[in-house]
Design a protein around this ligand. Structure first.
Ligand SMILES: *Cc1c(COP(=O)(O)O)cnc(C)c1O
Length: 347
């Protein structure tokens, strides 16, 4: 058995999604008449409590479009120092948007709102204008941690006070929504723009939706076209997105439950140190006593795939293709690895 815990992005479409793709009504979205894409965009906007949405090929492109739409080259953006936009988007915030980034440290992805306010610099003949705050919820490198609702509200207040816009990278927003037991719109209401991925825990093959007010989305469509992200019969993909928004959100709670069970098991093994406070959704971060790459290789031999995200840190992500049988297999592989260490140290 191969248990692939590298990422929730590996989830493949369900039989129902294949059916939805087969039967989707298609048009040409670049020409503006793709009925299934339009339906997905409206549904997504409704879920986010926003006026409009635009379907894009990836979460990375959604973020890049948002930043590029909100700022002009040379403007400043405040973001958390290990956020996806800064860390994992191939430098595109600099290359495409021409942003100057003010990065802030955080506690598990949560920047102190006061430090955000202090970092704001009004434009002058000397200084760049700080136009945008980006917030990641849930936070990927912090291990799927949630930005508390009161902090989201504080960020909103800082942005209103300073005249900044707020973009939320909600690649896994629905994980936060399900874990907190609040609607996605309840979280999204603090943002000016928000994006979420269909291609992660929601199991779609491709795609993200960027949402905001109608004027912003109109301008975002232009930027999407400029970046080459406008697609033709993309209703074939949007059909999966509609299915996912209707059927795949509630089940994220199962991924969270299995992540907690796995983490609880690993925490009992002497070899590892698990960040239990950081465990809030579907990711488990495990610190290893020796290089993480050695552990991931050993786990690979035992049929468990994970990712070394730092020199001594492994990441395990739970998703739809990990059922209880896979969970049991992963737990016993961790036990076997830990026993290996024990035997070595006794020798
Ligand atoms: C996965 C992810 C994205 C976008 O990923 P794509 O692979 O480009 O779809 C953006 N932000 C966060 C926080 C992510 O985890």
């Amino acid at each position: 058995m191969i248990v692939d815990l590298r990422s929730d992005t590996i989830t493949r479409p369900t039989p129902e999604m294949y059916e939805a793709m087969m039967t989707a009504e298609l048009g040409d979205d670049v020409l503006g008449d793709e009925p299934t894409v339009t339906k997905l965009e409206q549904l997504a906007a409704e879920k986010m409590g926003k006026e409009a949405g635009v379907f894009v090929p990836s979460g990375t492109m959604a973020n890049q479009i948002a930043v590029k739409t909100w700022i002009s080259p040379g403007d400043a953006v405040i973001l958390e120092e290990e956020c996806h936009i800064q860390f994992y988007e191939s430098g595109s915030i600099a290359a495409h948007a021409g942003a100057l980034t003010w990065t802030l440290p955080s506690a598990r992805g949560v920047m102190d709102p006061k430090r955000v306010a202090d970092r704001y610099v009004p434009g002058s003949i000397h200084s760049p204008t700080t136009k945008l705050l980006c917030v990641e919820n849930t936070h990927n490198r912090a291990g799927g941690s949630i930005i508390p609702m009161e902090v989201m509200r504080d960020y909103r207040n800082v942005c209103d006070d300073k005249g900044m816009k707020m973009h939320v990278d909600g690649a896994r927003l629905f994980n936060a929504s399900v874990a907190l037991g609040v609607s996605a719109a309840e979280i999204a209401k603090y943002s000016d723009s928000i994006t979420f991925c269909l291609s992660k825990g929601l199991s779609c093959p491709v795609g993200s939706v960027l949402c905001g007010d109608a004027d912003f989305i109109g301008r975002a469509r232009y930027v999407r076209k400029r970046l080459g992200g406008a697609m033709r019969q993309s209703g074939i993909l949007a059909a999966c997105g509609i299915y996912a928004l209707d059927n795949m959100v509630e089940r994220l709670a199962d991924d969270h439950r299995r992540a907690y069970e796995f983490a609880g098991h690993v925490a009992e093994l002497d070899a590892f140190d698990v960040d239990m406070d950081g465990l809030q959704t579907n990711m488990v971060m495990v610190n290893t006593p020796t290089p993480a790459s050695d552990w991931s290789a050993r786990l690979g031999d035992l049929g468990v795939r994970c990712m070394a995200v730092a020199p001594r840190r492994l990441r395990f992500v739970f998703h739809r293709e990990i059922g209880d049988a896979q969970l049991i297999h992963a737990k016993s592989a961790m036990s076997e690895c830990a026993r290996g260490v024990h035997e070595t140290s006794n020798r």
